[in-house]
Design a protein around this ligand. Structure first.
Ligand SMILES: Cc1ncc(COP(=O)(O)O)c(C=O)c1O
Length: 454
């Protein structure tokens, strides 16, 4: 009833869920006129941030949930856990809020701060791990493994966008039919950046069924990229929904090309696209020729607003005179880079301790556990008996530090990055017996070791 009353022409919706896109309520496609080199080929960008939670992932969030509900998988549980690079997390959190579920997202701490902040703001319980931006398929301590561990608990269900057929099916049911109708069946090329591959596999299957000559072009970043949401070819080969036999072409684009084109799309087309839109378009331009019959649709997965920190990193010269901008000058960049390297080099067997070993020595050598995170993070959840001395207080030689410089100390943070900094500070203050806890409070919690939670 609710859905039937929605008037898509007047754009009057009776609930936010009615805004989700479909053939009758498509996200817009807009022709690009300035950054494309064509005289004849018509190239349209499909602007996926017109979905209610601002990305292409709203489509799959809705379908993953609907499918799980239909199969009765959520009859007994009301907690979801999902590995995400951010956008699926936004969609699932907002839909979970609307439907009365709670949600935990596991994600890489390399994901832009804007996404990690907003997820928490929207009400998601966020567990950060050290992982690649788009969670690596086989990483034993990555976001996918942590979500799978959590999903072992009976009160949790993991929808698992990386293998769940409901992901491509969402695009088979919506994205494919939308572009078919929007181009009046004239589409000749469909282009998408590859993450889970749900978009290209799902919409591509639909379009090939309509007209087998439609070219499906998958675009992926180079190895070592930092573009959120997409996977390099090595990772794609381990991705269940990656279907190279269905695609006509795979194109690699460098990080520089993706960010440079993203900037041009914003400035020259006045379209507020994010980095993976730059990537997808750069791939399209590499392989599609000028042709009077060519009608191209390129998916623009989300907009620029979540990526301010990525833009600061990739265009440092733009922010030279901006107050409060991090890493303004090259020297500062270089210093931070070197410091990061020094911290990385200190992450060795001599300086770190694993979760099980740390658990065991609690009763043996009785070390003091020092949690170096902020007091807010500490009070939200910490290892039982750990004391809190945030990094800045450590620097000042806090009074809670033991007088005996040989007393055993274990430094702790979320996952084991800041605690290395803590270790280095303590060593420079003369403490000789310090280790940093690998896996941090997050790993400790997953192991079921004792914690104190707010
Ligand atoms: C920003 C962004 N771009 C592209 C993609 C790739 O889409 P898909 O997972 O359907 O391959 C994603 C997926 O997370 C994304 O978040």
């Amino acid at each position: 009833m609710k859905g039937k009353q929605t008037d898509h022409i007047k754009r009057v919706y009776h609930s936010v869920e009615d805004m989700l896109s479909s053939e009758d309520n498509p996200t817009p496609i807009v022709q690009l006129n300035r950054v494309v080199p064509y005289n004849q080929t018509k190239l349209y960008a499909k602007l996926e941030w017109y979905n209610p939670f601002s990305s292409v992932k709203d489509r799959i969030g809705a379908n993953l949930l609907a499918d799980a509900e239909e199969e009765g998988l959520l009859d007994e549980v009301n907690q979801l856990v999902e590995p995400t690079s951010g956008n699926t997390g936004f969609a699932l959190t907002m839909l979970a809020n609307a439907k009365g579920y709670s949600i935990t997202a596991t994600l890489s701490s390399m994901i832009p701060i804007e996404k990690r902040t907003l997820l928490r703001f929207f009400g998601c319980d966020v567990l950060e791990v050290e992982d690649t931006l788009c969670p690596a398929p086989g990483a034993p301590e990555g976001a996918i493994a942590l979500a799978m561990d959590t999903a072992q608990k009976p009160e949790f269900h993991m929808l698992n966008q990386y293998v769940n057929q409901a992901n491509p099916n969402a695009h088979y049911k919506t994205t494919g039919p939308e572009v078919w109708k929007q181009t009046e069946h004239k589409i000749t090329h469909f282009v998408a950046a590859l993450g889970t591959c749900g978009t290209l596999t799902g919409a591509g299957t639909y379009l090939k069924e309509k007209k087998s000559s439609i070219q499906l072009i998958g675009v992926h970043p180079e190895e070592g990229h930092d573009i959120p949401g997409v996977r390099s070819i090595i990772q794609l080969r381990q991705t269940k929904l990656f279907r190279p036999e269905l695609y006509d072409q795979l194109v690699e684009v460098s990080t520089r090309e993706a960010f440079d084109l993203c900037l041009r799309i914003n400035r020259e087309e006045s379209i507020i696209a994010g980095p993976s839109s730059g990537l997808a378009l750069a791939g399209a331009l590499k392989v599609i020729q000028d042709d009077e019959n060519a009608v191209v649709v390129v998916i623009f997965p989300d907009n620029a607003f979540k990526y301010a920190s990525s833009f600061q990193r990739h265009f440092p010269e733009m922010f030279e005179n901006m107050m409060g901008a991090p890493a303004q000058s090259n020297i500062k960049n270089k210093k931070e880079e070197l410091l990061d390297k020094m911290i990385e080099l200190s992450r060795n067997d001599l300086n770190t301790i694993g979760l099980d070993e740390a658990y065991n020595i609690r009763s043996e050598t009785k070390p003091i556990f020092i949690d170096v995170r902020s007091s807010d993070q500490y009070s939200a959840s910490h290892i039982t008996d750990a004391i809190n001395i945030p990094i800045n207080n450590l620097l000042l030689g806090d009074s809670k530090l033991p007088k005996d410089k040989d007393y055993p100390i274990v430094t702790v943070c979320n996952v084991g990055n800041e605690s290395i900094e803590g270790l280095l500070i303590l060593k420079s203050l003369g403490y000789s017996n310090v280790k940093s806890l690998n896996g941090g409070t997050t790993g400790w919690t997953v192991k079921g070791f004792p914690i104190v939670k707010k």
